[in-house]
Unconditional design. Structure first.
Length: 194
């Protein structure tokens, strides 16, 4: 009984090379987007939302992009559900990976949720040529967090002509509307270095 010949290795190699090149191009594009976000976050994040939010799965992709730009933030799989410059709502589904041993959402997952909402709100409020970094985070807990949670943050920045400190607040509510926690993010903001 004769066996069918194997496909030539050149064809398999060609497919692998094409896939690898495509992945590299995608990585370069993503890294370019992340570099743009790091250097000029306001226009970058607003532009990304404009491109993605109206498309099927666009809010999911936007949220994943935020997690890609800030990998630790992506560990909770928060989803941006409402966005406009200076305003953001991020939803967190209650699931095992964000829970503690009390079967409620872990304190650090809540902190991460608050940092994501305040960060997106802050960055989206930056005019071109302004950037910032978080220099401190605090959280006050009101009750155990269970179920789907939403963190809301609204930021109104003054005109930024020199380096300054600014605080952004995010309030986390559960499905019944009860406040679960309040996060305060302290930022240092200023003109981008050229």
């Amino acid at each position: 009984m004769s066996r069918a010949p194997h496909p030539p290795l050149g064809g398999a190699r060609e497919v692998v090379i094409r896939c690898t090149q495509s992945q590299r191009e995608q990585e370069r594009a993503t890294m370019g987007m992340i570099d743009e976000f790091a250097n000029n976050p306001g226009p970058a994040i607003r532009g990304m939302w404009e491109k993605l939010s109206s498309k099927p799965g666009g809010k999911y992709l936007f949220s994943k992009s935020v997690g890609w730009a800030a990998p630790y933030t992506g560990t909770i799989d928060g989803r941006v559900i409402t966005f406009e410059p200076g305003y953001c709502q991020v939803e967190l589904k209650d699931r095992r990976k964000v829970r503690n041993h009390f079967r409620s959402v872990h304190a650090i997952a809540l902190m991460n949720l608050g940092e994501m909402a305040t960060g997106v709100a802050m960055c989206s409020a930056f005019p071109a040529g302004v950037r910032g970094i978080v220099t401190g985070l605090t959280i006050d807990f009101s009750k155990k967090a269970r179920g789907t949670l939403v963190c809301t943050s609204r930021v109104e920045l003054p005109e930024i002509t020199e380096s300054m400190e600014f605080q952004a607040e995010g309030v986390i509510h559960d499905k019944s509307g009860d406040e679960v926690a309040r996060v305060t993010a302290k930022w240092k903001v200023g003109p981008s270095k050229k």
